[in-house]
Design a protein around this ligand. Sequence first.
Ligand code: PPE
Length: 304
Amino acid sequence: MTMKSDFIWMDGELVPYDQATVHVLTPTLHYGLGIFEGIRAYATPKGTAVFRLKEHLERFLNSAHIFGIRDFPYSVEDLRQAVHETIRRNKFQACYIRPLMYMEGSLGLNLDASRPRVSIATWEWGAYLGEEALEKGVHMTVSSFTRQHINVSMTKAKLAGNYVNSVLAKTLAVRSGYDEAIMLDPEGYVAECTGENLFFVRDDVIYTPHRATILEGITRDAVITLARDLGYRVVEEPISRDQLYIADEVFVCGTAAEITPVSMIDHRQIGAGKRGPVAEILQKTFFQTVKGDGKRSSEWLDYV
Ligand code: PPE
């Protein structure tokens, strides 16, 4: 993956890619004091459209609020215009969008010692777990690392520092030969993956962990909505790892991962060991929607 683009938006200005730098003493580099978003824009017959841009930017501001940032300098509408401008100037038809809030000022563990700055980068990003994975599915393992306790960090905020936990789990999983890690919450229930939310299907009912310990994924919300539109019953409740082992299907979703089936968990085949019919219809409906040809497209697409 190359993350190259012509320009990166930095506090109101489009800066050439090579000049979009920060100082080594930026507090964010030392303490992980950052907030980010991951958003995708898709090519549609009516031009480039950003998927659920408003919801992503609202979550960005909510993350700052949870973290305790006072006087955040931009509104959702300011950032929406900035995202549009960044995509237009980079001439992307489809891209990934990465807004980042980082702190500038003195080093110090008091958040009030520094002030928030915002950048928005865009790049072309293909299938997160590989193109083949969308059809064949991936092999996951249940991580020995526990997802953060809700009073250790705060999972509703997309805090940069929270991702150390994800990096530990993902790196160990990949070095051990798996594609991705499933993380359990401190009580031992299934929470989410390192960068995706998780679903399973049993007897045509779709299950997903309730919101308490997870990032409230916007793709997760889209999958629940599309599944209900298709007539499926979707249940949000505590889930144990062995429920996954005996599921008919397991799949994960996220902005980067879109909808990716899981074929094996901890060397146990899941269902038929490939993409199942529920994941397939949801993938089809999801891709139709983001490309402008779904019942929910007008509600969820923001044309650039
Ligand atoms: N859980 C986690 C921990 C997570 O990071 C993501 C997104 C999700 C769930 C799904 O949320 P949503 O994108 O709103 O559906 N992960 C982002 C970062 C991935 C990365 O490797 O960086 C993403 O998909 O953009």
